[in-house]
Design a protein around this ligand. Structure first.
Ligand code: GLC
Length: 627
């Protein structure tokens, strides 16, 4: 009996290997084929895949089968994510269990625990400087706790996402320690140079990620007297992905975490994984080959697991992370829709939706294969004003000037600004200024509260709900960043924490305000945001056309200041309309009819729409999902 079961499991493995072999081996051959130990590497990889499958718990294998049968599970409109730092939200991993009712009440079905693997001591870039990928940060709990959280989530039909940093390790990681001790095999895990000559040549075309507090892309390591590639902070050593051993090690880690019950691996900073002299060393073709190969490994040994690729880059550069061209359907299942986020803020500040419409219409396809966006308005990072000079040029404005104006606006400096953000990493060389700040602070609530301005607070609430309704209907998994469901304001206490004071991103990484949460049925701005979001997510679940696989067609709106998206399902179209202005908009009936709207029923408010003067009147910051 047992033998029969084993044979069956082996057969499933073999079939999955056959399925994904064409996605895997050609990539590895192209990346590593000329390496002297290529054959040995392939054998070891196959063994690693097989051992991971053999060790995969029975309930997760069942999930694998389930998701093989329902591959669109993550695109369905019942998926909605919530992202938080474990300590700031719940204190510890175990305490997360007590908070699941709260999340479920909000309509959350996907939980992203911000970095929870063991970080280096002291400043760890919010946990993105990992010294042990097989251990949980001891301040948060243990690997057993993580497994318990994973299984509690599974019991509730919720998914677990955790971060896996692929571009770098902490300099305290065992591999880096061995490299520092002089072991050449481990030195080859990183990019270490004997003299500054090559680093200087690379620098000519590299950009600065943290120009303020970590300028330059290389750090001199005194113990080896070598220059180490450190794109981010000096304690984050970039991995050498040209070394097949790095691929093997990371795959083993990925499968290890998958077998703990993780559903989604958020692959951090993937754009930087491949270096090429004379380029920005971002989004090189090899990055996509690596990511397709890593994806294939999961499809073979743990197909229930998805990849969320974090690449915060220009629109045209971002799409390939969801698989374009020869990688179509084979790369990331999810990637952040950074442009949607930037364009939301752009339209909110300008009250003009033309650039938003142009960018989202021309740079993004209506459908993706086996993939969907992670849609969001705020995350734990800063906002970079990713608007290209070309896109600004279409409207006759200067890219640099517009980006600078947006930064000033959201810092609260430009005339008429409602926002209260903080500068992040101003680069005097390029003039680039990024912005930190919570959703509510950037949307005007902080200023309104400080000034005791009731009507302005109401407008801010409507801006926040406009954003939530947008990311819930555009197509993709909407991700709510902790506190934004309650319109939490900026937290300036980071300035007195030595390892955070240099990094203004901590202004929007507050501790969860459970007192505010307890008052969520009231009528404060924060309670109304909570109730509004809960309503949006509940209605999203009920509208089949909001499935990620249903085409998202961005329309040219009939009136300025309106943003219009048609979700064209097989049976009917849902027309999602958003008013980005501070006045009423009049949407002509003729246009609505021409877009196929027969009943004029709003799925969001569950009400029939009454027309006035031959059109639909949409209040300031109003939004409807019409059928
Ligand atoms: C990602 C993270 C960011 C971190 C960086 C380096 O961009 O989101 O918080 O600083 O990677 O790991």
């Amino acid at each position: 009996m047992a033998r029969k079961a084993k044979t069956q499991q082996d057969e499933i493995f073999t079939l999955r290997l056959q399925r994904s072999a064409p996605d895997l081996w050609p990539m590895l051959e192209a990346l590593y084929g000329s390496h002297p130990d290529y054959t040995g590497f392939c054998d070891r990889l196959l063994t690693a895949l097989h051992s991971a499958w053999a060790a995969r718990p029975a309930d997760l294998r069942r999930l694998d089968l389930h998701r093989d049968l329902e591959p669109d599970w993550f695109q369905r409109p019942d998926r909605a994510g919530y992202v938080f730092y474990i300590d700031r939200f719940a204190g510890s991993l175990r305490n997360v269990l007590d908070k699941l009712d709260y999340l479920q009440e909000l309509g959350i079905t996907y939980v992203h625990l911000m970095p929870c693997l063991k970080p280096r001591p002291g400043d760890s870039d919010g946990g993105y400087s990992v010294m042990d990928y097989r251990a949980i940060n001891p301040d948060l709990g243990t690997m057993e706790d993580l497994e318990q959280v994973a299984s509690a989530l599974r019991d509730r039909g919720m998914n677990l996402c955790i971060d896996l940093v692929l571009n770098h390790t902490a300099k305290e990681h065992a591999w880096a320690e061995a490299a520092r001790a002089g072991d050449p095999a481990y030195q080859d895990y990183y990019l270490m140079f004997d003299s500054p000559e090559l680093p200087n040549r690379f620098e000519e075309t590299l950009v600065e990620v943290f120009p303020d507090n970590a300028p330059g892309n290389f750090t001199h390591d005194p113990s080896t007297d070598k220059w180490v590639w450190t794109t981010f902070n000096d304690h984050q050593w970039d991995l050498n992905w040209a070394n097949p051993q790095v691929f093997l090690e990371v795959t083993e880690i990925m499968l290890f975490l998958a077998n703990r019950g993780v559903d989604v691996l958020r692959l951090d900073a993937v754009a930087f994984m491949w270096k090429r002299m004379g380029t920005r060393c971002q989004s090189e073709p090899e990055v996509h080959m690596l990511l397709q190969a890593l994806r294939a490994c999961c499809r073979i040994a743990c197909p229930a697991v998805l990849h969320l690729e974090e690449a915060i880059v220009a629109p045209a550069e971002m799409l390939p992370y969801l698989g374009r061209g020869r990688h179509d359907g084979k790369e990331g299942n999810l990637a952040y829709h950074n442009s949607l986020m930037v364009q939301f803020w752009n339209a909110l500040a300008t009250r003009d939706t033309r650039m938003m419409t142009h960018v989202l219409r021309t740079h993004f396809p209506a459908t993706l294969t086996n993939a969907t966006y992670a849609t969001y308005i705020r995350c734990h990072d800063d906002i970079g004003w990713a608007i290209t000079d070309e896109d600004a040029g279409v409207f006759g404005i200067s890219g640099p000037a517009h980006r600078a104006w947006l930064a000033d606006f959201y810092e609260g400096q430009a005339p008429g600004s409602f926002a209260r953000g903080r500068l992040f990493q101003e680069n005097p060389l390029t003039g680039d200024k990024r912005i930190s700040g919570s959703f509510a602070a950037l949307a005007g609530l902080e200023k309104a509260v400080n000034e005791g301005d009731g009507p302005a607070a109401e407008t801010a609430v409507q801006r926040i709900l406009l954003g939530h309704a947008l990311i819930a209907s555009f197509g993709g998994i909407p991700l709510i960043y902790m506190g934004d469901e309650l319109a939490m304001l900026n937290d300036h206490s980071y300035l007195s924490v030595p390892e955070h004071a240099h990094d203004s991103r901590w202004v929007h990484r507050p501790r969860m305000d459970w007192a505010l949460a307890a008052a969520r049925e009231g009528d404060s701005p924060s309670a109304r945001c909570f109730q509004g979001l809960r309503h949006i997510l509940a209605h999203r679940r009920a509208v089949a056309e909001l499935h990620g696989g249903v085409p998202t067609v961005v329309l040219v709106p009939p009136v300025p200041g309106l943003f219009a998206v048609a979700r064209r399902g097989p049976a009917r179209t849902v027309l999602c309309l958003f008013n980005f202005t501070d006045g009423w908009l009049h949407v002509p009936e003729g246009w609505l009819r021409a877009e196929g709207m027969q009943q004029l029923y709003d799925e969001l408010s569950e009400a029939q729409v009454t027309l006035h003067d031959g059109g639909l009147s949409l209040p300031p910051q109003g939004r409807v999902w019409l059928v």
